[in-house]
Structure formats: C-alpha cells, structure tokens
Design a protein around this ligand. Structure first.
Ligand code: GDP
Ligand code: MG
Length: 392
C-alpha cells in the first residue's frame, strides 16, 4: 500500500482528483480542511486535503496472482480429498462385501454341519467344500457336475483349505469359467442387418422374449428393429406378436413356408433394419418331420444368431434332451426363461457345462420389457452358491 495526499478547494474536487489519478480502487483514509498558513493566509481560502491509499501496479498484479493460486490450490485440494474419500469408501464397501460373504458362508457352515450330523451325508472332509457341494446340489446341479466344479478347490492341500476366502474364490471362478461371459445382442448399429432366430419348445416364452428384446433395442438403444414370425401353426401366436408390434409401431412379416421367407428377406434388409428378430413355432424335438422343417428355415437366413429358449421350470433331463436335439440342427446360444417360477438355477450350470453353449439372457416374469436381464455369470454364480447380494 502506498499513501498519497491530494489538495483541492472542495472535498468533491479532491476526491475527483484521487479517482482520476489512482482509479476507483483507491481507499480514502482521511479528509480534512487545511488552514492556509503564512503571511498572506488571511486572503486565501481554506483547502481540503484528502489522504488516499492505493496499491501500486506490481503489488496488485502479485496479489491477484496469489489469490488465483490460492483458489486453484483450494480446488485441487478439495478434489484430492474427494478422490481419497471415494477410494476409501469403495475399499470399505469391498471389504464389507467380502466380510458379508464370509459371514454368510460361516453361518451356512454351521447350519450345514448340524444337518450333516443328522443325515450323515458327508462327502468331503473339508467343511467348506462340503457346504458348496450341498448348496450346488440343492440348486439342482447334478452331483457329478457339482463334483467336477469342486475338483480344483478340493485338490489344494489341507492346510491351504483352511483359507475360506481362497477356497471360495476357486469355486467361484470355476463356475464363472463354466458359464462364460454373457453374449447378448449388441445394442449398436452395425453395417449389416443382423438376424436373430428364436427357437425352443412351445410355451417357453419365445414370443414374449422377442417382445422384450425388441422394445429394449428400439426404446433404449434407438435401433431399427424388424420382426418376422414363422409361427403360423396357431393363429393366436401371430396375433400375440402383432399385438406387441403394434404397441411398438412395428410391422410383422408373417411367413408360411421357406419360399415366403426368401421373399421377405431382401425387402427387410433393404429397409435398413439393424436387427431382425425371427419367431419360430415351438417344435417338438421328438417329431422329426417337424424338426426338419425348422432346419430348412434356418438354412435360409444368412448368418443369423440362433437363440434356444429353455424354461427353468422344465426338468433338467428334458432340457438336456432338447438342447441335444437342437444342436443336431445348428449352433446356438441360450436364453433361460421363467426364473421367477423357480428357486433353482442348477439347470443353467448343468446345461452350460454339458453343451458348452454361451448364455445371453435370463427372463424373470411376464412383463414386457422389464422382466429380462443379461445373463451375467457373476450374478448367477452368487445365486448358485447361495451368497446372493448384488452383482457388483
Ligand atoms: N413367469 C413367467 N412367464 C413367462 C416368462 N416368459 C414368458 N412367460 C409366459 O409364458 C407363456 C408363454 O409365452 P410365449 O411367449 O407365448 O411362449 P412361446 O410359445 O415360446 O412363444 C405366456 O403366458 C407368457 O406370459 C417368464 O420369464 N416368466
Ligand atoms: Mg410364440
């Protein structure tokens, strides 16, 4: 700060001078009247003296830079603090999940112990592996497949097996590996029209699943969706898909035979659809003639993705024979339906293990489009091991 005095005849004039010379930031410290002194003072008018404080340019520049630096530092510090807090929070959350997981396992262990004492069904010496075995079999995993799943975990030496976390991780990872990553329809535009054919027994939920998927692709991902139905055995089946299509503002191409399909394919590609979903009639895999027809139809659709829909309410042996029958026709991926009607997910693991097919979706109710999920292996594995929780 520097100080300078200004003299003028009036107060206003003096302040004007301050403003002109030092600018508006100057600070008025004092205003006083000065009496003229000396010989001729009597004849002079009194003057006004204004004392003003001001900052010189360099100091001002420096102060502004300092202020700016301080502000920047504050922002950076706040950011860092927030980041650190977030890190701690996520770490805490992770630890909590692991602790929850272990706590759940421990409580299950003691329940399982008590039960085994009663029934004497002990298969493994190790308590934890026995618990996993029981849980998997309880979920409908076949005893043979449950044993296979636990092979790796059971093969580590006894001392290491005490490590609950390690054993759980091995089992968890084995199941994740068997299920493989889910391969749903990629919700992006591609250059070529993609064809997805839905196959499977009557009543498993093919048409409903098509309605769910087409709604999601259209409404959430802005894709252009085409629909074809080859399910012409039942008038009601055509009407059902048409009803959904109407709601979505889509047309349904109805095809009655292979020739029909050929006629419909080119126009539907020309319409620049991103994805075309094809509904088929539920075929009995035991009716050979009927089944052959489906094979012919599939052969006509250029490199399509085939999805075999299987209901989780169907018993495992039937699911396996259906999957085997369809695999004589074509390669496919799996949709499991009606999860909401059963507590057992074992069939998913059984079928994935025995067929090596990839998972896509799981449906869990009749509501279109909400009751469908991507078949994330993590979620399925947690449910299979009875450690539930969310999929994160
Ligand atoms: N509970 C339950 N019912 C479903 C599910 N998906 C479809 N459905 C019902 O199963 C019945 C047959 O479905 P539909 O789509 O016509 O089977 P499609 O013959 O394979 O085409 C209908 O009543 C659907 O509402 C599901 O995930 N859970
Ligand atoms: Mg149908």
């Amino acid at each position: 700060m520097r100080i300078k005095k200004f003299e003028a005849r009036t107060e206003q004039e003096a302040i004007e001078k301050v403003k002109n010379e030092l600018g508006l930031d100057a600070l008025i410290l004092n205003i006083r009247k000065t009496k003229p002194r000396g010989l001729f003072s009597l004849f002079r008018k009194p003057m006004v003296e204004v004392t003003a404080a001001y900052e010189d340019k360099e100091a001002k520049q420096k102060r502004m830079e300092e202020q700016q630096a301080a502000a920047t530092k504050e922002v950076m510090e706040a950011k860092e603090a927030k980041l650190a807090q977030e890190r701690i929070h996520s770490l805490e959350k992770k630890l909590q999940t692991q602790e929850d997981l272990l706590a759940k396992l421990m409580s299950q262990l003691s329940i399982a112990e008590q039960m085994n004492q009663t029934y004497g069904l002990r298969k493994y010496d190790n308590r934890l592996i026995q618990l996993f075995y029981d849980t998997l079999v309880d979920q409908g995993v076949t005893p043979e497949i449950a044993e296979k799943v636990l092979e790796d975990a059971n093969s580590i030496d006894d001392e290491t097996k005490i490590d609950i976390e390690l054993v759980s991780k091995i089992v968890y990872n084995t199941i994740i590996r068997i299920l493989g990553p889910a391969q749903p329809i990629e919700p992006v535009k591609t250059k070529r029209t993609r064809f997805i054919v839905f196959m499977g027994p009557t009543g498993v939920g093919k048409t409903t699943t098509i309605a769910k998927i087409s709604s999601i692709l259209m409404l959430y991902h802005n894709l252009k969706v085409g629909l074809i139905t080859a399910d012409t055995y039942r008038i009601a089946a055509i009407e059902q898909l048409k009803t959904y299509a109407e709601i979505l503002g889509l047309d349904v191409d109805v095809i009655y035979n292979s020739q029909d399909l050929e006629n419909h394919l080119d126009p539907i590609i020309d319409e620049e659809n991103d994805v075309v979903l094809i509904d088929t009639a539920g075929r009995s895999h035991r009716n050979r003639e009927n089944f052959k027809e489906l094979g012919e139809l599939l052969a006509l659709v250029p490199d399509s993705t085939k999805l075999l829909c299987l209901s989780l309410t169907t018993k495992y042996e039937d699911l396996l024979s259906i999957a085997n029958a369809y695999s004589t026709l074509t390669d496919f991926m799996l949709v499991f339906t009606k999860l909401d009607e059963t507590l057992c997910l074992g069939s998913i693991l059984n079928i994935c293990y025995l067929t090596g097919k990839k998972l896509t979706y799981i449906t869990n109710g009749q509501n279109v489009p909400d009751d469908i999920e991507i078949a994330h292996p993590e979620t399925i594995t947690k449910a299979l091991l009875g450690i539930g929780g969310d999929a994160s």
